[in-house]
Every structure is written in C-alpha cells, then in structure tokens.
Design a protein around this ligand. Structure first.
Ligand SMILES: [Zn+2]
Length: 118
C-alpha cells in the first residue's frame, strides 16, 4: 500500500556548509550533511542485493559536484569522489533525515537501486 510522500518545496545545496537542506510541504526541514548523504547512497553498488539498508562511512570533506532533478520523484547527485549512481527519491531523502534514520528491512526495499516504501 502506497501512502503519499510529502513533496519538497525547497531544496538548497550549501557548499560552504557541505549540507543539503530540504524544506517539505508539511513544514519539516531535513538537514543532510553531504558525507551523510553519500553514506546512504541507494545505488545497487552501495546497497548490494540484500534487503537490509546499509550505511557506508564517507569522508567529511566530500562535496557534491552536480545536483539535478530526476523526473519529479528524485534527485540525482554526483559526489566529489566521482560516485554518481545514486538516485535519491524524495521518499528516501525524507527517510534518511538525521532525526528519522532508516529502520531497515521493515521500512522499505530497494527496487532497481531505488528505495521504495512498502
Ligand atoms: Zn552508491
């Protein structure tokens, strides 16, 4: 069963703070350090084929070289280490907000490198 995911109303990348800030339509604000985002990369290489969500430590000085919308549902990020295969859906970005870390298996699954809620 799909429930509607809140949509972002503003997405701002601060290179000086190495942080992505997302304001959501329900008023929540997610502040996502870039290394933290890299750690939660949802791509198949980072997440393998298991269903348990994995976090990978990344250096704090990591940057974002490119940020683009991928359709209406996601952000495509290219990090300064060259890694660019992660498609960060709004669902995933909302999920990994530091005040609501992923709960793993029960909370969703990866389908073709994209995280989907059950
Ligand atoms: Zn990845």
């Amino acid at each position: 069963m799909l429930r509607r995911v809140p949509q972002p109303v503003d997405v701002a990348l601060s290179r000086s703070q190495a942080q992505l800030t997302i304001e959501w339509e329900d008023g929540a604000v997610s502040r996502l350090p870039i290394a933290y985002l890299r750690g939660w990369c949802p791509c198949a290489a980072c997440q393998g084929h298991g269903t348990v969500v994995q976090y990978h430590e990344a250096p704090d000085d990591l940057g974002i070289e490119l940020m683009a919308e991928a359709g209406a549902y996601a952000l495509h990020l290219r990090f300064s280490d060259g890694h660019d295969s992660g498609i960060y859906t709004w669902t995933w970005l909302r999920q990994i907000a530091p005040d609501s870390p992923p709960k793993g298996l029960k909370n969703g699954r990866f389908v073709g490198g994209r995280f989907e809620e059950p």
